[in-house]
Write a protein that binds this ligand. Structure first.
Ligand code: ARG
Length: 600
């Protein structure tokens, strides 16, 4: 399992990494000429094919045949197996079909590993160790005075989860909110502020609904030529840092910030504000650098830069001398690479902006601001949010949906769901509130994260609040139930650890073995998500773990009771599997940014 630009120091529980190493060595010993053939290990497609498969024998045979040494893949597979070092991980191997190798894992080794997770914890045993990197993640990034919309919500949710993943493997992560707080739209906002609240310098104006304020000022701007001229003057003064105008600008930004912060707080999002205005002085320096190094061309009074391989140029200076979104992104990328010394830059922005970002990256490479063989700079794109009618997500009246209203509706619906199940009768008001919030926000986040982010996704409260299928509600219920098993049996985690320590962990039943294997897959899952930044892969794993647990639990007694309901036997080995499953699930929820509940 290779991760782009990330040095894996310890593959921890990764079964694929261990098998890859074993088979690579065997292949090298048997066929030194086939050194270029990649090692392909996958999970077995059927239970009777074993647990994993080695699929490279066919490619090796191909290479040999091309080199004039005609051979058949089954013999190749046989010869590689002859060189395979014995390992406690592998129980047996067999050649199958045209030359596949079926690998059967050793149960005792798998059981021992799960026992270790019980004693030392998920992080210590299963979390791969990677060389620490400094990452800058640009996410959320709404625009001042405009309402944060569902697109920003996607960026916020996906971006936060990526940060959590990187923090989980101990990266040094800088979370940046690249707010749109600079630019020509401020001209009309400030002009309107002056008009509506002439005393704004001495009294804090009650701007109130900022979106309405934005609409009003836009209307004035479009209808009144004099207003337009004043707005334009305001932009010029703002860029010259005129004290009164800067004050007006700050007032508007502060008002917006309050709205954003309320949303972040509700969703447990931490992000550092560093808007476009932060790069003001750096934009000047970048323009100077580009001019001196001869990267700018004049065209219709604009100064533009063509980046290698990109069809559309960047507008660095407008014909009126102003800067653009391109200018601030150039200054930002340089600041992140040079001043922040980031090794990895991630931009969580909708796919509609992919051309803009690719051009910025190409320009940065042309300017030798970074070397793309050493640093990973990438756009983590995502599709649109659609309504249930498969059209762009809108309210019934056709307006954009306010995030506050959306979160509130989530709360109303999750409470209704809890009441429908009569949970309100067994919970304290505090517990009910915690459950209501965890479900509402967890569902909204999970629905987003569990879809392949590059595609559009349909926002449906009905679907996300369904307690069957791959939803947060199903998973949260499953988690809470699993946690309650040991609690009801009154077995503490110390008792379980002690059991593993003194007796070891025994795994017999096929359903136990399947669950144990699935638990260990956590390591491989983390490695592949680190490579792809596709959070839905983690969701799929979490769902697989929960359903595998479900199968195990319906086939294997953990606690046996007599007719009166008194506990007669506690199967400690199985209880260990329960607790470890819940521990791994908790780690997944943590990376996804979803709160879990003890009671639900
Ligand atoms: N404010 C922008 C928008 O709402 C997103 C900014 C994304 N980040 C960036 N560095 N361009 O579309």
């Amino acid at each position: 399992q290779a991760v782009k630009y990330v040095q894996v120091e310890d593959y921890a529980g990764s079964i694929i990494a261990k098998l890859t190493a074993l088979f690579a060595a065997a292949m090298k010993a048997a066929y030194p000429v086939a050194a270029d053939v990649g090692i392909l290990i996958t999970e077995a497609t059927r239970a009777n094919f074993g647990d994993y498969q080695f699929n490279s024998a066919m490619a090796v045979a191909n290479t040999l045949t091309k080199a004039g040494q005609k051979t058949n893949p089954r013999d190749v597979a046989q010869n590689i197996l002859a060189k395979l070092e014995p390992s406690d991980l592998i129980e047996k191997t067999e050649v199958a079909g045209p030359g596949f190798v079926n690998i059967f894992l050793n149960r005792a080794t798998i059981a021992k590993r799960v026992g270790q997770v019980c004693m030392e914890g998920v992080k210590a045993v299963l979390l791969p160790r990677v060389a620490s990197r400094r990452a800058v993640v640009d996410f959320s990034s709404p625009n001042v005075a405009k309402e944060m919309h569902v697109g920003h919500l996607r960026s916020t949710i996906i971006g936060d989860s990526i940060c959590r993943l990187l923090e989980h493997v101990h990266f040094d992560v800088l979370r940046i909110n690249h707010i749109g707080d600079w630019g020509t739209q401020f001209g009309m906002l400030i002009a309107h502020l002056q008009e509506r609240f002439p005393n704004f310098l001495t009294e804090t104006p009650p701007i109130g609904d900022l979106q309405a304020f934005y609409k009003e000022s836009k209307k004035r701007f479009d209808e009144d030529e004099k207003f337009k001229a004043r707005a334009y003057q305001c932009v010029v003064k703002l860029q010259a840092f005129d004290a009164d105008i800067v004050k007006a600008w700050k007032l508007i930004c502060d008002e917006s910030r309050k709205d954003f912060e309320r949303i972040y707080e509700r969703l447990d999002i931490k992000v550092t504000e560093r808007g476009e205005s932060f790069y003001q002085s750096r934009m000047g320096a970048v323009i100077k650098e580009l001019t001196e190094r001869g990267f700018l061309k004049e065209e219709d009074g604009r100064k533009i830069m063509f980046a290698t391989g990109q069809s559309v140029p960047l507008t660095v200076v407008k014909s009126d001398g102003g800067n653009t979104y391109d200018t601030s992104d150039l200054a930002a990328i340089k600041q992140r690479l040079n001043e922040e010394k980031a090794d990895w830059l991630i931009y969580v922005v909708d796919v509609g902006q992919s051309m803009h970002l690719e051009t910025i990256y190409a320009a940065a490479r042309d300017l030798s601001w970074y070397d793309d063989t050493k640093k990973r700079v990438e756009h983590v794109g995502f599709g649109l949010v659609l309504g249930e009618d498969k059209k762009k997500f809108k309210t019934r009246s056709g307006d954009t949906v306010r995030l506050t209203d959306l979160l509130n509706e989530g709360l109303t619906r999750s409470l209704a769901k809890l009441k429908e199940k009569e949970r309100d009768k067994v919970m304290t008001p505090e517990e009910l509130k915690a459950a209501q919030e965890a479900i509402a926000y967890g569902c909204i986040k999970y629905a987003d994260l569990s879809h392949n982010r590059t595609q559009d996704y349909v926002f449906s409260f009905d679907r996300m609040l369904d307690d069957r299928g791959n939803t947060a509600v199903y998973l949260l219920y499953a988690y809470t139930r699993i946690r309650s098993i040991a609690r009801v049996a009154e077995v503490s985690s110390d008792q379980l650890k002690n059991h593993v320590k003194t007796k070891g962990l025994t795994i017999d039943h096929p359903a136990e073995f399947k669950l144990a294997k699935t638990i260990l897959k956590f390591s491989d899952c983390i490695l592949s998500v680190l490579d792809s930044l596709m959070m839905h892969q983690l969701c799929e794993y979490l769902y697989e773990l929960a359903t595998t647990f479900h199968d195990f639990y319906s086939e294997c007694y953990v606690i046996e009771k007599d007719k009166e309901g008194k506990t007669v036997t506690i199967r400690y080995d199985r209880l260990v599997l329960c607790e470890v499953t819940a521990d791994v699930m908790a780690d997944c929820f943590n990376v996804l940014g979803i709160r879990t509940l003890e009671k639900m």
